[in-house]
Design a protein around this ligand. Structure first.
Ligand code: NAP
Length: 250
């Protein structure tokens, strides 16, 4: 059986009908992106555990008319870190953000790292997320506001810094979540933002000699997870990476 992957622009108002069409046409599955990742939940039959935790779905699979929602962002992020040979065991990770992407990453990271500090502009969201993840894993989990003082303190004993905020993403491309003077050569820096791929945050991290991983890698790996869910086969990650890098602005 051949598969085709095509893009449809679906409004919030048309979401119910679009999901009904998936059932009616026997479409194998779909990816969902902002702003419909949460809105689609009520139209599905089941949620897999990550999607339930994140309360957002980016992948849907249709098995004989039963639609199940998955969230592959966390698994995709972890695969990127594994591919980049970033050692997480016993290490402290700083996660910036407490939105959907941060929730997915925290859900997966808490099993892999030694401790996790979640910093968010709205600190209440960081506190709520920390409480939820703490219950899931062995890692120590802290919540702080996303301020320069908290960043400076948390960065002292951290080895990986992950940006899961929208800072740096178009139209906020002039912004960075971390001032350049706090970046160090011995840090690994992972930015989820993929438009642009070369964010100010990553450019400044590179300037101080830090290792960097961009959001295009994550985009491809979360897509590769979707591919595995739909087909049961390994995804051609190298082919997907080349296509994504050609298609997206640098
Ligand atoms: P979201 O649920 O809307 O969360 C946005 C996050 O960014 C929140 O933590 C928010 O803080 C923070 N934020 C927004 N504007 C800010 C500002 N001016 N200053 C400080 N913090 C700010 O979005 P999301 O789905 O988690 O996505 C977050 C980013 O990850 C986006 O750039 C998205 O493109 C990227 N992403 C990439 C991939 C990939 O595959 N590469 C996958 C998923 C997401 P508050 O809670 O205080 O509002």
């Amino acid at each position: 059986m051949g598969c085709f992957y095509v893009a449809f622009q679906v409004t919030r108002e048309a979401l119910r009908e679009a999901v009904a069409a998936v059932r009616a046409l026997g479409i194998l599955g779909l990816n969902v992106t902002m702003p419909l990742k949460t809105a689609i939940v009520e139209h599905l039959d089941r949620l897999e555990s990550t999607a339930r935790f994140v309360e957002a779905v980016n992948t849907v699979v249709n098995r004989e008319g039963v639609l199940t929602g998955f969230n592959t962002d966390g698994a995709g992020a972890l695969n990127v870190l594994t591919e980049a040979r970033i050692n997480l065991e016993g290490e402290k990770v700083i996660l910036l953000g407490a939105g959907g992407a941060a929730r997915a990453i925290a859900y997966n990271l808490v099993h892999a790292c030694g401790s996790l500090a979640i910093l968010n502009r709205t600190v209440e969201k960081a506190v709520a997320l920390a409480e939820l993840v703490r219950a899931r894993g062995e890692a120590r989990v802290a919540a702080r506001p996303l301020t320069q003082a908290a960043l400076a303190e948390e960065l002292r004993d951290s080895s990986l810094l992950v940006n899961a905020t929208s800072l740096g993403m178009r139209p906020l491309e002039a912004e960075t979540p971390v001032p350049r003077e706090l970046l160090r050569r011995d840090l690994a820096v992972f930015d989820l933002v993929y438009d642009p791929a070369n964010t100010r945050f990553l450019a400044e991290a590179r300037e101080v000699g830090a290792r960097t991983i961009d959001g295009v890698s994550m985009l491809v790996h979360q897509g590769a997870e979707s591919f595995r869910i739909w087909t049961g086969r390994e995804a051609p990650v190298a082919v997907m990476m080349r296509a994504a890098r050609q298609a997206l602005p640098p």
